[in-house]
Ligand binder design. Structure first.
Ligand SMILES: Cc1cc2nc3c(=O)[nH]c(=O)nc-3n(C[C@H](O)[C@H](O)[C@H](O)COP(=O)(O)OP(=O)(O)OC[C@H]3O[C@@H](n4cnc5c(N)ncnc54)[C@H](O)[C@@H]3O)c2cc1C
Length: 416
């Protein structure tokens, strides 16, 4: 079914009886060419591009819960391509360009809103670092502008510019960054993949891999064994648990990251703002809620709920940046299970087991990567060659002494 203004009009005139489910609910077949494990944003976009770009339609996405129940439906919806390092910047800029055309491509309203991101600067070394980052962005074709304090004040007069400890001196501004309605991304990709023949199978947990003579021949699931020529795992925060079933130990830790939404307020925040003196970021949803977050909870966990110390830390960051936030009432909060890699950068790679592929380690920032990750992963799985833009995301990079340490903070997930 093609969605259009004409379709809405027609359905309105005929009692809305013609709408069809956006995707089917098939039973699993006994065998597929490719199985994608995990029905999050990355799994669904991988399946979509496998079908659309590489003609692979005998594909199943196996999801243990319902699609969108993981981080793709839990994140704070920020998209941006303000990265520094060569291994990262072109990849995230590819993703940014794909976001710009995504709704037309999927024929689905994902509410892509390029309202810009401000990374605030609070001291001179930070200005130098952001100037360098902005130059790296421009060299890879992205947009970046260094703003002085008065330009930031004109955009966001409500910020605390005179804060004695963290006075605001300026910002790095990426106008093409913004927000996207996160669960619509899952639904749009699901609908697009399903319409090309991909089976999306919910309530189907992968519980093991069938591996013989160093080759992956399929998976065990709660709905029976399924054979496959290739198995592509992308389960985000469950990466280490799922890959342990194939005997692999990953350079990834799972932590919980919390998100917060206030009651609806009149439009006040023009885009996304990040506090450069702590870890706090905020935007405003189209319904008016302030959407904000901060650090991960420091301990390792597979629980999708967080603890109070981080709640306090996030609120302190908010109050230091924009004291008026203290007047807003909190409407809801939740946690998501994120896959923190040891250098803050992701993996899109083959494993040592033939026919088994891995995508994960997205840390705080995998939502913005959803289109490029799916496209590059599909390229790898279909052709057995890495896509040039994602060629650095190898599992052996620590062994080779080539980590992609974007922030230069080493193997400390809480600092990435
Ligand atoms: C609170 C929060 C805020 C965030 N904010 C941002 C942001 O603003 N911008 C940004 O770019 N990123 C953000 N992120 C990160 C981003 O959401 C993730 O990096 C990204 O969504 C991960 O990829 P995914 O969508 O495929 O993951 P998920 O949606 O988590 O998908 C993985 C799926 O695998 C399934 N699964 C797990 N185990 C199995 C199994 N054994 N068998 C079958 N299925 C299984 C899970 O149920 C899940 O649905 C945030 C994350 C959180 C938690």
């Amino acid at each position: 079914m093609h969605y259009s203004a004409f379709r809405i009009f027609k359905e309105a005139m005929t009692g809305n009886r013609g709408w069809k489910p956006a995707w089917r609910d098939p039973d699993p077949k006994s065998e597929y060419d490719i199985i994608v494990v995990g029905g999050g944003g990355h799994g669904l976009s991988t399946a979509y591009y496998l079908a659309k770009e590489f003609g692979q339609t005998n594909v199943a996405v196996l999801e243990k819960g319902w699609i969108g129940s993981g981080n793709v439906g839990r994140n704070t919806t920020i998209i941006r391509s303000n990265y520094l390092l060569e291994g990262n910047q072109p990849f995230y800029e590819l993703s940014m360009k794909m976001w710009e055309n995504l709704e037309q491509d999927l024929n689905y309203n994902a509410m892509v809103s390029q309202r810009g991101i401000l990374n605030l600067i609070h001291n001179d070394p930070q200005r130098d670092a952001y100037a360098r980052r902005g130059n790296a962005m421009r060299l890879s074709g992205a947009d970046a502008e260094l703003l002085d304090r008065e330009a930031v004040r004109r955009m966001c007069p409500f910020l605390d510019f005179e804060n004695a400890r963290f006075p605001i001196q300026g910002a790095l501004w990426q106008p093409r960054a913004g927000t996207v309605r996160h669960d619509a991304v899952a639904w749009g990709y699901a609908r697009g993949a399903d319409s090309r023949g991909v089976d999306i199978i919910q309530n189907c947990e992968v519980t093991g891999f069938r591996i013989e003579n160093g080759r992956c021949l399929g998976v065990e699931t709660t709905r029976g064994a399924i054979r496959a020529k290739k198995v592509a795992v992308c389960v985000a925060g469950s990466s280490s648990r799922v890959m342990a079933q194939a005997g692999m130990r990953l350079p990834i830790e799972s932590h919980v990251l919390q998100a917060f939404v206030s009651e609806g307020l009149k439009p006040i925040i023009p885009g996304v703002i990040t506090f450069g003196a702590g870890h706090f970021y905020v935007s405003q949803s189209d319904k008016g809620g302030l959407v904000f977050g901060g650090d991960i909870d420091a301990y390792n966990t597979y629980a999708q709920r967080g603890g109070l110390p981080v709640v306090e830390d996030v609120c302190e960051g908010g109050m230091a940046l924009m004291p008026m936030i203290g007047r807003a009432r909190l409407l809801r909060m939740w946690g998501g299970l994120i896959d923190m890699s040891m250098d803050g950068s992701p993996f899109i790679d083959r494993t040592d087991i033939d026919g088994l592929y891995f995508n994960g380690g997205w840390c705080y920032g995998g939502f913005k990567a959803t289109p490029a990750s799916g496209y590059c992963y599909a390229h790898l799985v279909a052709t057995d060659r890495p896509h040039p833009t994602a060629a650095a995301y190898r599992l052996d990079r620590f062994l080779r002494g080539a980590p992609i340490d974007e922030k230069g903070q080493g193997a400390q997930p809480n600092l990435h």
